[in-house]
Write a protein that binds this ligand. Structure first.
Ligand SMILES: Cc1cc2nc3c(=O)[nH]c(=O)nc-3n(C[C@H](O)[C@H](O)[C@H](O)COP(=O)(O)OP(=O)(O)OC[C@H]3O[C@@H](n4cnc5c(N)ncnc54)[C@H](O)[C@@H]3O)c2cc1C
Length: 365
């Protein structure tokens, strides 16, 4: 079939990849630059998501851990394993036993794709290893391994693979509407396809609305910001924000330090950028754990992205599932939500759904 994929973020690219493997012809439409939006504004982790264990999302964690192994194996030039410490203080809300249980479960779910066993380092040893870490009330830390990527470079590597497989990539073309008969209406005219994949990430719902296509799903948009700081620490950290106890990462990244992320409900009309409030929140997280206060001048860059989360009644943004959903209407298929790490699995599900298009009804999850 001749298929259009709208949106060249990682979900659109990996959907195109799986569709090409199934023998389809694929045209990928992107309103700006491929990999220019959410998929290049992530925390850069290839992970199962240790914290999703707190919500009982075991399937999601297992899928992420297996997907992590795929990226590490296929694109070692843009990925690596990193060591992350979870410091435990007298006032920490997550107890040592809770963390130990979580890490054991994380490693068990990874199975043969485990990166290495976690271990405990006492406060004195940790302070020797990371001299700038605040020592008051420090009991020690668990250290474990996870995956890290350069999301922009890794996504562009995947893009180069699909181009080599024959995908046509059309950048700087805005898709106004799609039709359930497979027509794509762009800023440069209309084209007819056998099917259309809507992989517009945070903008997927807006495209459906403009196209007058109803949906049983909607998206909660949650902005996440990061600071990139000209400093280097000895390992990564997963810490509890002193303001609200939310987990935040302080990670070594390409010779600098990445601090994130926030979780703020986002309105489509708002700019996708780190607000002053988020900047202050992230600086506060850093300063609560390190004794070398963060000066604004040491912040090299800030960036933000909007998580497209499948809508939920949950009030806390961090408690909303990172799972994805797929919905078909006629010859259109829309991807809702998803994580970077599991984009390949999502792409495979898109291809499997397209394979069954003639056999099933219009709605599939
Ligand atoms: C702050 C933050 C941190 C995250 N950290 C991680 C992490 O560490 N690990 C992880 O696994 N996941 C992480 N995620 C999740 C992950 O980044 C996203 O789920 C994923 O990148 C979404 O990809 P996407 O392709 O759906 O969306 P996008 O990357 O936004 O791609 C959608 C594309 O569609 C294009 N588009 C939209 N409308 C149109 C139109 N009408 N016409 C043409 N093109 C259009 C856009 O320009 C865009 O390029 C994070 C997300 C955020 C926000």
């Amino acid at each position: 079939m001749r298929l259009a994929v709208v949106g060249a973020g990682i979900n659109g690219i990996m959907s195109a990849w799986a569709l090409l493997e199934d023998g389809h012809q694929v045209v990928l439409f992107e309103q700006a630059d491929p990999m220019g939006a959410t998929s290049s504004a992530s925390t850069k982790l290839l992970h199962g998501g240790l914290r999703y264990l707190e919500y009982g999302d075991f399937g999601l964690v297992r899928e992420g851990l297996r997907a992590r192994a795929w990226w590490l194996k296929h694109a070692p030039q843009h990925t690596r394993a990193i060591e992350i410490a979870i410091p435990v203080y007298r006032h920490s809300t997550r107890w040592r036993l809770t963390l130990k249980t979580g890490l054991l479960a994380y490693e068990m779910l990874a199975g043969r794709y485990r990166l290495g066993g976690h271990y405990w380092l006492n406060g004195a040893d940790l302070s020797r290893r990371v001299p700038r870490l605040r020592g008051d009330g420090l009991r020690g830390a668990y250290l474990f391994q996870d995956g890290q990527m350069n999301d922009h470079a890794l996504g562009n590597w995947a893009l180069s693979q699909i181009v080599a497989m024959g995908a046509e990539v059309i950048s700087a073309v805005f898709v106004n509407r799609i039709g359930t008969d497979g027509v794509v209406f762009t800023s440069q005219g209309e084209r007819k396809f056998d099917g259309v994949i809507n992989a517009c990430g945070p903008w997927a719902e807006a495209l459906l609305q403009r196209s007058n296509i109803g949906s049983r799903f909607s998206l909660d948009l949650v902005r996440g910001s990061h600071l990139l700081v000209a400093r280097q620490y000895e390992c990564g950290f997963l810490v509890e924000s002193p303001d609200d106890g939310r987990p935040c990462f302080i990670l070594p990244y390409e010779g600098q330090t990445l601090i994130g992320t926030t979780e703020v409900r986002h309105m489509p009309s708002e700019p996708v950028e780190c607000s002053d409030r988020e900047f202050a929140y992230l600086s506060h997280v850093h300063d609560a754990f390190f004794d070398n206060k963060l000066e604004p001048t040491s912040v090299v860059a800030t960036f933000a992205g909007v998580r497209p989360l499948v809508a939920s009644a949950q009030r806390e943004a961090s408690a909303i599932t990172r799972e994805s959903a797929i919905e078909c209407q006629g010859r259109t298929l829309t991807v809702f939500g998803g994580k970077w790490t599991t984009s390949r699995e999502l792409g495979l599900r898109v291809a499997a759904t397209v394979r069954n298009w003639n056999r099933h009804g219009p709605f599939e999850k």
